[in-house]
Design a protein around this ligand. Structure first.
Ligand SMILES: NC(=O)c1ccc[n+]([C@@H]2O[C@H](COP(=O)([O-])OP(=O)(O)OC[C@H]3O[C@@H](n4cnc5c(N)ncnc54)[C@H](OP(=O)(O)O)[C@@H]3O)[C@@H](O)[C@H]2O)c1
Length: 237
């Protein structure tokens, strides 16, 4: 789908990959709804992006997700693109996973994108076109000790996304996954278990990506409407 003139929702736009994606969408002529909880960051970003629209929402709350989509639709009168990007990690060994924290992350990383998709798809169906992009993770394709909680949530998102693609393509709606590799954002500081995983302590890792690089991949997914877009070819199974 072309981007110029389209209306796009980006969740998690206050930071990292979401912020870079909102900027790149706007540069390419989209009008962007900026969604997250951090009011100051969104207002500052909105001042840089013509005709953008700020919606504060806690995406752990179903009512706030539904209200967010209603507000965007009321403001712009259409929704062409949804980028389900908001998410957090939980990096602990299996024996230390706490069910309450795991459930909370399930709500943010899986249920939230599902509800947002369920809200926008009927609008896209009326418009006879739409693209949903779900931001997964390269870790969902791997078995890395200490990352099972997070990678299993992203695997659930992968399954929902790939199945939705099959179910909705006859209605001209594409549901696409993007798999970022390690990306320099606040993600590792924002881990639900207090950011104990540090990139600085893992300097034997291959070079990490910038959020701007991942944003380009997200726009590539919107453009091609491919089911899966990988940050790097070597990540493909
Ligand atoms: N960075 C990486 O290495 C990496 C690798 C693979 C995949 N990813 C995925 O990329 C996506 C973006 O992460 P990032 O790296 O850009 O991390 P980030 O800089 O920590 O950004 C996370 C975003 O999610 C939002 N968010 C968190 N909880 C929220 C809530 N309850 N309600 C609304 N928004 C919420 C945050 O906004 P507020 O706090 O303002 O609400 C923020 O804008 C995530 O889905 C992550 O899993 C990241």
């Amino acid at each position: 789908m072309g981007i110029n003139g389209k209306i796009a929702i980006v969740t998690g736009a206050s930071s990292g990959i979401g912020r870079a994606t909102a900027i790149l969408l706007s540069k390419n002529g989209a009008k962007v709804a900026l969604v997250a909880r951090s009011k100051e960051n969104l207002v500052e970003l909105s001042s840089l992006l013509p005709e953008s629209f700020v919606v504060w929402a806690d995406l752990l709350k179903e009512t706030e997700i539904k209200e967010m989509v209603k507000k965007v639709y009321k403001h712009f009168g259409r929704i062409d693109i949804l980028v389900n990007n908001a998410g957090r990690g939980y990096h602990v060994p299996i024996m230390q996973i706490e069910s309450k924290k795991y459930s909370e992350l399930f709500d943010l990383n899986v249920i939230g994108p599902l509800i947002a998709m369920q809200q926008v798809v009927p609008i896209m169906e009326k418009q006879k076109k739409g693209v949903v992009v779900n931001i997964s993770s390269g870790t969902s394709l791997m078995q890395i000790p200490g990352i099972a909680a997070y990678s299993s949530l992203k695997r659930a998102l992968n399954a929902i996304s790939l199945t939705a693609m099959e179910e909705l393509k006859e209605n001209n709606i594409s549901v696409c996954l993007v798999y970022p590799y390690i990306t320099k954002t606040n993600f590792h500081k924002n881990l639900i278990n207090g950011g104990r995983w540090s990139m600085e302590e893992n300097d034997n890792l291959p070079k990490i990506d910038t959020p701007e690089y991942v944003a380009e991949k997200i726009l590539e997914a919107i453009d091609t409407e491919r089911a899966e877009t990988f940050a790097h070819d070597w990540m493909k199974r």
